[in-house]
Structure formats: C-alpha cells, structure tokens
Ligand binder design. Structure first.
Ligand SMILES: Nc1ncnc2c1ncn2[C@@H]1O[C@H](COP(=O)(O)OP(=O)(O)OP(=O)(O)O)[C@@H](O)[C@H]1O
Ligand SMILES: [Mg+2]
Length: 373
C-alpha cells in the first residue's frame, strides 16, 4: 500500500518549533518513507569584511541535498564543522524552510528534535516533571515501551535515560549538562515521535552514559520503528549505530550508503580522510594521522568556507587525486558505486561524488605524490 507524503507541522514546543515545510511534489509510493527531502538548498545572506566596508555574500549551507528517512532506520549524518549537518537536521524536522527543493512528511508524522545544547530545549522556569508532562501531552499515539517499562509517566521516562526520579522537582539550572541532556531526550521520547532528529545528542555526556543513550536510540529504532537521524562527529558511534550514513562536505552529499559498506570501502577521498582522522574508528592511528596507504591525507584543520563555493569539485583543493583541469571545470555528480547489478535499490546503494573510481583515485594520488617527492 502506498503512503503519500504530505506537508506536516513538525511540532509545537521550543525543541520542535512549528513551521511549514515546502511541499510541491506528488505522493511517493513507499510505505516506509517518513520524511523525504529532494534537491534541498539552504542559503544565508552574510556580510564579510572587505577593506573598509562589509561585503554582502551568500553562504550555501546546503546544496541540492536529497535524503530519505524511513521508518525504523537510524541514518547517520557526518561531516566536519560547518558542512551543513545541523541545517539538514532542521530541514528534516520541518523547522527550517529550504530555499530550493522540497521536503515532504508522511501523514501524521510527528518529529522531535534533540540538540547538543540541551538548555535550548528546556524551559528554564519549568521543573523536570513539568517538562516531561508537556512532552507527554504532545503525544499523539500510544506511549513507547522500553525494556518492559511503558514511557507514559515521569518515573519511567527518567529511568529510561538513567536518571533518578528525585530530579523531577529540579529546574534546569540545578542540573548538570549531562543531566539536562538526558531530560531533553526523555522529553522527546515522552511525545512518542515517529522520527527523532538527534543533533550531536551525546557530546555532553560521559562515556558510560553515552553507551546507554546509544543503546536506547538503537532500541527505540529497532523495536519501536522510530526513525532516527543521528548527527555526529564521532564516526565510531555512527559506525556502531547507523544503518545508512551520508557524508556532507560544504553543504553537499559527497558519499552515502549502507554504513558497513561506506566504512569498509569508502569511495570518496573525503570519506577516507574523515575515517583516517577519527581516533574512535581507527584506534591505532593518532588524531593527526599520517597519509593513508593510498596517499589520501587526513582532513586538515583548515576548514573551507561555504561562502562563494568554488566552481567544479568543491573538494579539489584538498584532494590528492584532483585533476587541475577537469576538477576545476566540471562539478561531479553523485553516482552509484558499480556493483555489477543492473537494478539499483536506493536503500542499499552506495553513491559518491567524484569523477574517478576509487581505483583511479588511488592511482592518481600515488602518481601525484610520486611527482611531488
Ligand atoms: N542563521 C545562519 N546565518 C548565517 N549562516 C549560518 C546560519 N546557520 C548556519 N550558518 C552557516 O551555515 C553553515 C552550515 O552550518 P551548520 O550549523 O549546518 O554546520 P554543522 O555541520 O552543523 O557544523 P558543526 O559540526 O560545527 O555543528 C556554516 O558555515 C554556518 O556558519
Ligand atoms: Mg551542527
């Protein structure tokens, strides 16, 4: 049976600010689809100092990004700082209206968001109990059940995020950063959402509770069919938790696919650089990693700017395999990794944005490092 995606409000509390998503597409015949962003672009007008004046510029936070979030899946969204992860999260939550493209939601799709900064999600004048009750009031279907506990009351909600119920009478100022974050997660779960947009939800937590929250997110997705868009810097967690992953670079998807394939056989030089530079994925390698065996350097500390995005391939300035003419002239399309299969399933395909196959990239990188030495 087909389920049409339609325009929906994302919610009504501060963590799920209402807004109207941009909808202009026909129904999509796929019952697992919850949120579908097609060809989405987001731009901001910014001012930059130029000699004695300020120059107006356009910052391209997202450029033609297409993403589908399906019931019960955990989608990882990775990329370095400023690559557009949070912007994409806001678009998927319906909080930010894109300037181009469309976003569609399944009927009655209820989206909740969790942010790295939990303070912004909690009302400073409300006790934990009042915040959780507010979350419960936003619920539009039966409460979630986690490890035998029905999450329809404050004790069960606090318990599921590993907090003691004596915290219920406190206000946010009397909680630690990690406790606030867990209350914000409990509040989001109280509303029994269909989709959860989690923007770096565990960065403020200690390692032991991080593992607990990761298991919680994995369980609610697997057993309760809640879709989770998990935005993270920690590739080790993404590898563990997410079935599919998309890699953003300067507001564009440069690679996407099943997480296992993407980590086993990254097809874009930027994905390889991110993996090589991630200590939790590659424990043996220090953070300032030396070039990988195929000559790809780790992501440098110098971040590119999404203002005045360059012509051609946006990654060419950092890419060891770049061709000075072709990569300057032609912007590469996102193309499927060839597995020799004639039909390509969008849920399982690995796609990357490069003119060259991974084999050609390695040859080119080896040749250019040979020329350089
Ligand atoms: N309201 C805004 N006005 C102007 N620029 C913005 C605005 N919001 C985001 N940006 C810019 O858009 C780009 C993408 O921002 P975004 O917050 O999505 O990045 P991010 O990948 O989440 O980064 P981080 O990992 O640091 O959280 C950045 O260059 C950011 O400065
Ligand atoms: Mg962010």
């Amino acid at each position: 049976m087909s389920t049409p995606l339609a325009q929906q409000e994302a919610g009504s509390s501060p963590s799920e600010a209402p807004s109207r998503a941009h909808v202009d597409e026909p129904a999509v015949p796929n019952s697992r689809l919850l949120i579908e962003a097609a060809d989405v672009s987001v731009q901001y007008a910014v001012k930059r100092p130029a000699f004695w004046t300020l120059r107006r510029d356009t910052l391209h936070a997202l450029r033609s990004v297409s993403v589908a979030l399906r019931r019960g899946e955990v989608l990882g969204i990775v990329g370095e700082s400023g690559s557009g992860k949070s912007t994409l999260g806001r678009v998927l939550a319906g909080i930010e209206r894109p300037h181009g493209g469309s976003v569609r939601f399944a009927p009655h799709c209820h989206v909740q968001t969790i942010y790295q900064d939990a303070s912004s999600a909690l009302n400073p004048f409300m006790t934990v109990r009042a915040s959780l009750l507010e979350g419960l009031k936003a619920r539009r279907r039966s409460a979630l059940t986690y490890r035998g506990a029905v999450l329809d009351n404050e004790q069960a909600l606090l318990g599921c995020v590993g907090l003691d119920e004596e915290l219920a009478t406190r206000k946010p100022h009397a909680l630690s950063g990690g406790q606030k974050q867990r209350v914000a997660i409990a509040r989001a779960l109280a509303a029994a959402p269909d989709a959860l947009i989690a923007d770096e939800p565990i960065s403020a937590l200690d390692v032991s509770i991080q593992a607990h929250i990761i298991n919680l997110l994995g369980d609610i997705s697997e057993h309760l069919g809640i879709a989770v868009a998990f935005i993270a810097h920690d590739l080790g967690v993404v590898r563990h938790l997410c079935e599919r992953t998309i890699v953003l670079y300067l507001g564009q998807i440069v690679e996407e696919g099943p997480t296992a394939d993407l980590f086993a056989r990254p097809a874009h030089p930027y994905t390889r650089a991110l993996i090589a530079a991630a200590p939790s994925v590659n424990q043996a390698r220090p953070v300032s990693a030396p070039p990988t065996p195929d000559g790809t350097p780790p992501a440098s500390l110098e971040l590119p700017t999404p203002v005045g995005v360059p012509m051609g391939c946006a990654y060419r300035g950092r890419c060891p395999a770049a061709d000075p003419q072709r990569c300057l002239r032609d912007a590469p399309e996102l193309k499927a990794q060839d597995r020799g299969s004639p039909s390509v399933n969008p849920e399982t395909v690995q796609a990357y944005r490069c003119h060259y196959t991974p084999g050609e990239q390695s040859e080119r990188a080896a040749r250019s490092s040979g020329v350089a030495s």
